[in-house]
Design a protein around this ligand. Structure first.
Ligand code: URA
Length: 420
């Protein structure tokens, strides 16, 4: 296989054969295909797309670049979000679903850019560790039912390498590339069922409902072809979820949900996803909020944190500096831009610019009003938290046009917009 022929075929709008896809992915993983050649092919895919057969072949080639986990004997169901701002749902959802007797193998990632990473959030808990061996993960799934950990390096290594390249070549935002990236990892992970949370709006990769629905359909089809019962909810990411974006602040907010409280949109989405997961896992209709009320989900959370070396009672890291931004007028919050809030949290140090950068666990943004809430001039709108004071100025600036204050009360819409 000559990579230039493959690039030219896609550049000219052609369809790649199964063989070409298999060889180009294997070649890139082993180093035979150069990064500049792969970047060129990725850009051709971004511009000209791929058909369903090509997406299935691309996904299969990425799965075959590594190992597949064997989780047989466990009743597994997993959730994956396409990424959003303030998206802490994995934290309450994993123990909630496990508390009903299912095994939830939540292999998660770290944040890059404006969307936060589940592992960064959990690492703000003293002692907690993300790196487990496959045997440790299996044992924890049997004993606790819930595990949130980093994917091992041998799981879809082609995707790991490709994702890093896409991130620096402007080739992330492509439905075929996102669908194959997510589904190769999920199928290789060995879960029996999967619920996807496909985000739509300013803080998401997919800005329109139509694009999000196309992505959801592509992923549901890839899952079904691999024998994984896959469903998707399309959910709103035009405003950030809950009241916090960052690391420790999101853990604290998740604990409120596990204690039966928390912001209503976080509870709404946690319950909606849990309902789908319990159904996909074969439990049918269950009163999903019950284990939030009776403390069972919290008990599973504590067991999950302890099993991974964490201390669930230890205080979370506190910031060295905080800064309050106040409202400039009276009215109601008409809009709160997810992208601006996510970027402000990132500028404060909650996220990283390059893989491997250290994050600040205490950094983040808290907003004191959600969409539809009344605001009054001079009252706190945002609290910004960081360890490095020099980061404050740009983060405050980024929030300058993040809100619209309107006269009539704007009613927040539902988080769940559709289902595939
Ligand atoms: N998440 C992934 O795992 N891959 C993508 O391409 C986008 C989001």
């Amino acid at each position: 296989m000559d990579p230039i022929t493959v690039i030219a075929a896609k550049r000219d709008g052609g369809e790649l054969s199964t063989e070409q896809i298999r060889e180009v992915i294997a070649g890139y993983t082993s180093g035979g295909v150069a990064p500049e050649q792969m970047s060129s092919l990725l850009m051709a895919i971004v511009l000209n797309g791929m058909g369903r057969r090509e997406i299935a072949d691309w996904t299969a080639a990425m799965i075959d670049s590594g190992v597949r986990l064997d989780l047989t004997g466990l009743r597994t169901v997993d959730k994956h979000s396409t990424g959003g701002v303030g998206d802490k749902i994995t934290l309450p959802l994993t123990p909630l679903v496990a508390s009903y007797g299912l095994a939830v193998p939540q292999l998660s990632g770290r944040g890059l850019g404006h969307t936060g990473g589940t592992l960064d959030k959990l690492e703000s808990i003293p002692g907690w560790r993300a790196d487990l061996t496959v045997d440790e993960m299996r044992a924890q799934l049997r004993e606790v039912g819930a595990v949130v950990c980093a994917a091992t390096a041998d799981l879809a290594p082609a995707d790991r390498k490709l994702y890093a390249l896409r991130d620096v070549t402007g080739t992330v935002a492509s439905i075929p590339l996102i669908a194959s990236s997510i589904m190769s990892k999920k199928i290789a992970e060995g879960t029996g069922a999967l619920v996807l949370d496909v985000k739509v709006g300013s803080g998401a990769f997919m800005k329109t409902y139509a694009d999000a629905a196309e992505l959801a359909e592509a992923m549901v089809e890839l899952g079904a072809d691999a024998g994984v019962d896959t469903r998707a909810l399309l959910t709103d990411m035009s405003s950030p979820l809950g009241r916090t974006a960052g690391n420790a602040v999101e853990v604290a907010e998740s604990l409120e949900v596990l204690a039966g409280g928390g912001p209503s949109d976080v509870v709404e989405l946690t319950v909606a996803l849990a309902r789908e997961m319990l159904d996909a896992g074969g439990l049918g209709e269950v009163d999903v909020a019950e284990n939030l009320r009776n403390g069972r989900a919290m008990d599973t959370w504590r067991s999950m944190i302890i099993a991974q070396g964490g201390d669930p009672d230890a205080p979370l890291p506190a910031p060295r500096h905080t800064h309050v931004v106040t409202a400039t007028g009276d009215g109601h919050l008409g809009a709160l831009d997810a992208l601006a809030v996510g970027e402000a949290a990132w500028l404060l140090g909650a996220g990283r610019s390059r893989p491997g950068d250290a994050v600040s666990y205490a950094a983040g943004v808290t907003w004191h009003a959600g969409v539809g809430d009344p605001v009054r001039a001079g009252e706190p709108l945002f609290t910004l938290a960081c360890d490095d004071e020099s980061r404050l100025e740009r983060a405050v600036e980024r929030l300058d046009d993040a809100v619209q204050i309107v006269a009539p009360a704007a009613r927040p819409g539902p988080r769940v917009l559709g289902r595939v």
